[in-house]
Design a protein around this ligand. Structure first.
Ligand code: AMP
Ligand code: MG
Length: 319
């Protein structure tokens, strides 16, 4: 009974911290472990006692990715890039290289809606309850340094260089998804054949759900701004899948009656103004789904749906 309570509370936390949550796990079989990484609750569920040592290895890998991408750690690869002078070649880890390659691709295909060089502007925005929007003139002065085309990646030398010293990158829209994929890879290396990863709403399913009759995973999509756990719809997925939500309600503040959220339109440096509050993307990889959810949010329903289709992803808008 005590164990059941503990696991139930973990499921509630899933619902609290992610845009997505997992329905119908029969508690007696599932073991969920959670760690606080990427400033959010990251959980891994496995269904056999033999699989639990692999879970710690998967968390170690997620933490390694976090540390490489950590904007606030002066030793991280991202900080090395951000502190480099124009034209200086900075040697980076293969995993940062992979994230840059995907980010460059989505930047081009989204017409600049997805842009990791949003960093000089994204760091002006705070999303605490008492926050206020940054000064528009300050944002305007930073605009010349925004554009993923201002960074050059040499994939053979494994280096990055920037056109201007003031260009900086923020991998906040891709790193959690990428880390969830890497955690799934580790679990598979340890022969885990069914499991579930939830890194703050970046969900990866592995194999069949042992607790459902048809083997499918039932993922609930959070109703934006509703009490946590209230869901708009359920997405059923089979086998190895990634489901990621980007939503205004995940990080926002209100000022003078206006809601300001963390998904920025790189063309204006302000939150992307859309009629919906979240975008959920199902794809074969969480890094891709993570990029696409952010990109599609900014692009809007029409062109966003076209981009999703180009990558063979399913896209849901809420409400
Ligand atoms: P996500 O929650 O995946 O949609 O990512 C949002 C985070 O990525 C923000 O908190 C920023 O750090 C960063 N970001 C915001 N807007 C963009 C954008 N248009 N393109 C890329 N990264 C962004
Ligand atoms: Mg994202």
């Amino acid at each position: 009974m005590k164990k059941m309570k503990l696991i139930l509370s973990v499921l509630v936390v899933f619902a609290l911290l992610s845009g997505l949550f997992i329905k119908n796990l029969k508690q007696e079989k599932a073991t969920t472990e959670s760690e606080f990484i990427f400033d959010t609750l990251c959980s891994i569920t496995v269904f056999s006692k033999a699989d639990t040592p692999a879970v710690q290895k998967a968390f170690d890998e997620a933490l390694r990715i976090h540390n490489l991408a950590n904007f606030y750690d002066s030793q991280s690869d991202v900080s090395k890039i951000n502190h480099a002078k124009s034209g200086e070649a900075v040697t980076i880890d293969k995993d940062i290289l992979n994230m840059l390659q995907l980010s460059q691709d989505i930047f081009k295909k989204s017409g600049g809606a997805f842009d990791i060089t949003i960093a000089p502007i994204s760091k002006l925005w705070n999303f605490n309850e008492a926050s206020t929007p940054p000064d528009e003139a300050r944002i305007a002065r930073l605009m010349p340094f925004i554009g993923t085309n201002l960074i050059t990646v040499d994939y053979n030398q494994m280096t990055v260089s920037k056109k201007y010293t003031d260009v900086q990158i923020d991998l906040g829209a891709v790193a959690k998804g990428y880390a969830a994929d890497k955690a799934a890879e580790v679990l598979k290396e340890f022969n885990v054949d069914c499991g579930l990863i939830d890194f703050g709403g970046n969900i990866v399913t592995i194999g069949k759900n042992p607790n459902s009759d048809d083997g499918k995973w039932r993922i609930g999509v959070q109703t934006p701004y509703a009490p946590m756990g209230e869901h708009l719809k359920t997405i059923d997925v089979e086998g190895d899948c990634a489901i990621v939500t980007s939503g205004t309600y995940q990080r926002y503040f209100k000022y003078n009656g206006v809601t300001y959220h963390h998904i920025l339109d790189p063309k204006v440096g302000f939150p992307a103004n859309q009629s919906y509050d979240s975008v959920t993307v199902c794809a074969n990889r969480a890094a891709l789904a993570d990029c696409l959810a952010t990109a599609i949010f900014v692009m809007g329903k029409e062109s966003g749906t076209v981009l999703g289709a180009e990558y063979g992803a399913q896209v849901y808008f809420a409400p």
